[in-house]
Design a protein around this ligand. Structure first.
Ligand code: FES
Ligand code: FES
Length: 866
């Protein structure tokens, strides 16, 4: 046996130092992170090697550490970002910060290592297209790669760019904590270690619909390193949790029924993650297998109930009518009837869910309180539900937000927070549970597949006269926010257009497929893919261009929209976006390109009668620093930077004095970080807190609280002639240009009315990332389930996410039509970015080959991509 490997230990050099690690780690990444506490390489998908987050240098060559057995690392030299010289670290961190080349940051340390390997070899000769090819081993779900490649190019060419925080609203300063994120120094939940910490793993159901006859934990208990195994029988309080309906069991008990592939049967706690996961496989469950319900339309009338504890397969119905659609359609010069079908897709945030629960013991050794570290999007909901599961007062539970590695709506529901807190509570010891990529895919809710049947009519000039929409969304097993997603799809069914008669009905259906819930766009994407398809089909019938059809119908201030809302001056942004793309549209058509256009709108904020109140605190310290405390989840979108720039402007101080703190100890509760509302409401509450401070002379150690509220919207069901369903919308026009010779998308032009761009660089980055996601949604992404309700694409690679080399150039145009009653006129940009994309791509493909498409994804093969 070599002197670098023996029965117990493996030796290699890490960052210039000798390391001797246990030989039983499954791969190098586990040894680095779990034994050596080197956490800049992140774990996004181990051991599958498909995300690139764990990339390290092995004898100078970039390799993914999760694919490297320790035997192959033995005797080698390994370098992570912790071991790179300070000067070089500064060079990379500055470049990524300066150009906005990162959002959540989870993917970046691995990408920096890959870039270093290439730049070390090729220096200034490293071409961006070459680097894009090398990034084929990496995924970034946030940025669209545009600014990542800009950052790498800056390093390769030796450009030094200014790295400054933005001192006011509208300044393109660097992202808060950008340097730490780029280097992997800003920890995510899985990077936190506390003394005495144990590891938990979950045992998931083998059947999507089955009665649990018995659970035998004896083999798991006897496995090496196992401390405890918990089942539903150990839950002291309520079994079910949920953001709106409490229908989601945290553990399925004996005699209970499973309802989807993500159901949890047992929690295994052990000394190491590896031991916990191995033992979780040994939990034996006896099932009586039942027929799963996997067809949403059929489930509506199925006599059997799909989900345990519910009494109907219809989760919700959202409907509204204006005018007489039958008469209008009968009198229309042109009518279109089409059925559109969108697909289920996966968020694929790069950081799998992780929770760390740390109990505090009283003098008698009993658990007095619980502190939970979470990267979720709704820590207040999480706290309340954890307290219900533990059967304790909410005052004994604190959920501390840790900025996460991407979410996009997929971290609104609890995933493993309750099970982890339960284990820590029962054991009186800190417990961490980090999901594997497969568990993450199985557990958190997805984007809804929706069947949308449209009938639409227009007059001879192309003016829309009527639409009728019947939509059925497969919401999967648990409610999550599925009814709200279908409500949003209903509300946005007519897109940003004026329609005189409208009749919409959208049904959310429970099945035994993966649960569906919030995902960037929240039902607006599905509806507007269909509506844009209708607009283009009608334009062809009328004999006018897609641009002209949109111009003739775009909603304008003072006109009636969708459910009857009279649109405010903010909606002038829709036409402004359309006008902004006109020159490029005409130029591309004249050049003989295949061109498609999409116009979209997306609400900001919850609306629908919900009272939204956000608070923030500004606090001056004796050392001259100023704390800005808010409670929004930073998930890459830049809410910390927004808070900083607003405070710098209002207080007229150097932004370097400001420290942004996510505070979940004060009752700042703003609800979920969702619905494009963080920037709008966060900015409003921080500005208000600053004004309170200024009015009082900015005294030291005083909490100056500010508030922003939106409490003037109406529900769809309110008996109001002109309901204000939403207080604000963002608008966008996007254009896809296809080269007829290759069939490839060669450019996307995205004109976005954001009301006010607080930080134009970050705003642009949000849009580029959204367009990347939108192109995947349009062409390649899918998360289907089999006839038992089990997902079939269970790896990151199989999800169809576009890699760097496949992303066309994206030209972003920022337009600022201020939103009335919003701070600085902000509209929010988090979700609108991919609302028009699929429609634009479908129209461009039709222009290319004359075929109308009504089903997503339209597949790479359709575009000629390989
Ligand atoms: S964690 Fe290694 S490639 Fe994803
Ligand atoms: S910045 Fe790349 S995954 Fe978030």
């Amino acid at each position: 046996m070599s002197d670098t490997v023996n029965d117990a230990r493996v030796s290699f050099t890490v960052n210039g130092r000798e390391a001797h690690v246990r030989a039983d780690h499954p791969h190098l990444l586990a040894a680095l992170r779990e034994e050596l506490d080197i956490t800049s390489p992140k774990d996004g998908c181990s051991p599958s090697g498909q995300c690139g987050c764990c990339t390290v240098l092995l004898d100078g060559k970039a390799v993914v550490a999760c694919q490297l057995p320790l035997t192959r690392a033995a005797g080698k030299s390994i370098v992570t970002l912790e071991g790179v010289s300070d000067e070089e670290r500064d060079t990379y961190a500055s470049a990524f910060a300066a150009v906005g080349g990162l959002q959540c940051g989870f993917c970046i340390p691995g990408i920096v290592i890959r870039a270093k390997a290439q730049i070390d070899k090729k220096g200034a000769d490293l071409a961006p297209h070459d680097m894009a090819r090398h990034l084929g081993a990496h995924l970034c779900r946030c940025t669209g790669y545009v600014k990542i490649l800009d950052a790498i190019d800056a390093v390769a060419k030796g450009k030094r760019l200014p790295v400054e925080l933005g001192a006011e609203v509208g300044a393109s300063g660097v992202k808060y904590e950008a340097r730490e994120l780029a280097l992997g120094d800003r920890g995510y939940v899985d990077d936190i270690r506390v003394p005495g910490m144990l590891h938990a793993a979950l045992h998931l159901s083998a059947h999507t619909r089955a009665r649990v006859r018995a659970i035998d934990t004896s083999r798991a208990m006897a496995a090496p390193g196992v401390v405890a195994v918990f089942t539903a029988a150990d839950v002291p309080g309520e079994l079910r949790v949920g953001i709106i309906y409490k229908d989601w069991p945290v553990l399925i008990p004996v005699d209970g029924l499973t309802s989807c592939a993500g159901d949890v049967l047992a929690v295994v706690v052990a000394d190491t993650r590896q031991n916990a996961r191995a033992a979780a496989e040994l939990v034996d469950v006896d099932y009586e297998v039942l027929r799963p319900l996997v067809d949403a339309v059929a489930a509506i009338d199925d006599p059997e109930i799909a989900v345990w504890g519910t009494d109907s397969n219809v989760l919700s119905i959202s409907d509204y009518q204006r005018g007489d659609v039958d008469v209008a359609l009968a009198g229309a010069a042109h009518v279109v009837h089409e059925v559109f079908q969108t697909q289920r897709i996966e968020h694929a945030f790069l950081e799998p869910e992780s929770t760390l629960a740390v109990p505090t013991l009283d003098d008698a050794g009993a658990v007095a309180a619980m502190h939970v570290y979470s990267g979720g999007q709704g820590v207040w909901d999480d706290r309340n539900d954890i307290a219900r599961v533990l059967d304790v007062d909410t005052s004994r539970v604190t959920v501390e937000l840790v900025s996460n590695g991407g979410a996009f709506g997929g971290k609104e529901d609890m995933s493993n927070q309750a099970q982890t807190a339960l284990a820590a509570w029962l054991l009186g010891r800190p417990v961490k549970c980090t999901l594997s990529r497969e568990e993450s895919l199985l557990i958190h809710p997805k984007r809804h597949p929706i069947r949308l049947e449209y009938w639409a009519g227009c007059d001879a000039e192309g003016a829309l006269t009527a639409i009728r929409v019947r939509a059925v969304g497969d919401s999967g097993a648990y409610a999550s926010v599925g009814m709200k997603v279908l409500e949003r799809a209903a509300g946005h069914a007519s897109g940003p257009y004026r329609v005189f008669s409208i009749d919409v009905r959208a049904v959310a259906v429970r099945t035994n497929n993966p649960s569906c819930g919030a995902f960037r766009g929240f039902g607006a994407n599905q509806a507007q893919f269909a509506m844009e398809g209708v607009i283009d089909r009608l334009a062809e019938s009328v004999g006018i261009s897609g641009w002209e059809m949109r111009k003739r119908n775009v909603i304008r201030p003072g006109e009636l929209w969708g459910p009857g809302q009279i649109m405010d001056d903010g909606c002038a942004g829709a036409e402004r976006c359309l006008d902004a793309v006109k020159p490029a549209y005409e130029q591309a058509r004249e050049a003989g390109k295949a061109v498609g256009l999409g116009l979209g709108l997306k609400n900001s904020g919850l609306g629908n009668g919900f009272k939204e109140i956000a608070r923030a605190v500004v606090r001056f310290a004796t050392d001259g620093t100023v704390e800005v405390r808010h409670c929004w989840t930073e998930m890459g979108q830049g809410i910390h930077t927004v808070a900083l720039q607003v405070a710098a402007q209002e207080l007229a101080i150097d932004p370097a004095r400001i420290k942004v703190v996510v505070d979940t100890t004060r009752e700042l509760g703003a609800g979920q970080t969702t619905g494009s509302r963080g920037t709008l409401m966060g900015a409003g509450s921080v500005a208000d807190a600053c004004r309170a401070a200024l009015a009082d002379g900015c005294k030291v150690d005083v909490d100056y609280e500010g508030e922003f509220r939106v409490d003037w919207t109406n529900k769809l069901t309110d008996d109001v002639e002109h309901p204000i369903i939403h207080s604000a919308f963002g608008y966008a026009a996007q254009m896809a240009v296809i080269d007829r010779a290759t069939g490839k998308i060669e450019r996307v032009i995205a004109a976005h009315d954001v009301g006010r761009a607080v930080n134009p660089t970050l705003c642009e980055g949000q849009i580029e990332g959204s367009v990347h996601m939108g192109l995947g949604y349009a062409l390649t992404e899918d998360f289907p389930a089999d006839d038992r309700g089990f997902p079939t694409n269970m790896t990151l690679r199989s999800l169809g996410i576009l890699r760097a080399k496949d992303v066309p150039p994206i030209d972003v145009m920022l337009i600022e039509v201020p939103q009335p009653r919003a701070p600085y006129g902000i509209k929010g940009v988090g979700e609108i970015g991919l609302v028009p994309t699929a429609g634009a791509v479908a129209a461009a493909l039709h222009d290319l080959d004359g075929t109308w498409r009504a089903t997503l994804p339209m597949r790479a093969a359709d575009t000629g991509d390989d």
